[in-house]
Design a protein around this ligand. Sequence first.
Ligand SMILES: [Zn+2]
Length: 455
Amino acid sequence: MSNDNKLFIQKRDRVLLLHSVHFKSELYREYRDLLVKNKRITNGLVNSLPHEKQSFMRTVLRQVIREAHNEWQADESKIVEDKGEGNTDIKCSLCATGNRYIFYIKNKISGEKLNVGSDCIEDFVNDGLKLPTTIADLKKNATKIQRMFKLNSLIPDVNEKIEKWAAFLDKQPIYIPKERTKNYYDLMNTTQALYKDYLENGHKNDSVAEIAKNLETKEEYELNIERYVKQKIDVPFIVTKNIIKNLQRNGNKTALRMIESDNGFITSRTAGRVTETNFISFIINLLNTHFDKVDSSIVSMDHDRGQLVFQMKPLTRVNLYIGYQLFMEEVGMIIFGEEPIEMLTKSYLLQQSNIYESESAEIALKQMEKNLGKKFMKIAFISYNENEIIVHSRKSNQYHLCKMDNFINDNLKWAFGGDKNVDLSRSIKVMTHREYQLYREAKKVAKDMNRSINR
Ligand SMILES: [Zn+2]
């Protein structure tokens, strides 16, 4: 007889069936009424039913329960919550057991939401409910979140302060030398480790008090850093955040190391390595007071070439290019009031410079022809297309074939009215008058052939 009083349907399965959309079907009306009327569906109760109903209860109902489980999925908005150790205030909707961990599920058809405990959720998982990870991991994560909330109520904004610790330094407009940030980063590492340990393992010793104290120290450090920034931000040659970003992008570790050992300032040894736009404008202004003394003026920086573009009187329509880094290493220290390795003279500038633009080349070449006069040198032939020039020396009656750009760049001084020696050291070929004539004829034939082919 005692067996008669035993439950035929578990309490949680009965409640589940009553929440099931499938079980609301007319097909199960009588069984539903039975479950509604009786809180306990015992063996005795089942045995008292007509034979066919007993048979249904013993065979089909098991399947219906499984299907009822399948109507539910994890509630994505909140899958599980940890209510804290020993807390059983929240009861499982199905079995009414008090539970520390509450899992939230949602009916796929009706959208009804239920909270269930750790044991009941397993029934669902066994019947195919998918969770993003294991129940154990979900519980562990819920505990972490619960601890996070708790800590946040003890120390306001603790999560944000700890997780975004380094952001304070990132947003400073200038570079802060390591000796000023070392303590700040050390404190960050210690506090982040304490915080992580608290989330993983809970409260230990005075970890909460220590975290709170560290956050106060953090604020003191930040005030100090802000004071430093205020003092230095307008000092010339201070390294800005943009300069650092630029050097990092270019992978210039040497310059970054030098800046660190120069206390966050640009010095004569780093100036040539920094090509950040604002800094270059600043440098160009400083250099121009010196360029002015040699009838020259820097107009811009060609960042692709890493060269300064400048003009020199009298040919102010000619763009001259000079390598920025080398120039800064040989002459640029003058802006720091230091003794230069090379003096800034017209001759130095013209020797180091190049012309790249055809319009500038043409002007320079015309001026060269004019300045050469007709005494001992003459430009006999120019081909811009083929980058060729032939210079005739009257003295030796020889013809020098050169690449035009080489010739121009080697003889810039001629264009600007200096030096009386023509540099032909890079000539490709030296020809007699006869050879020169043959060369010109061959060129002409080739040109005519080309023309008839292309016609
Ligand atoms: Zn339960």
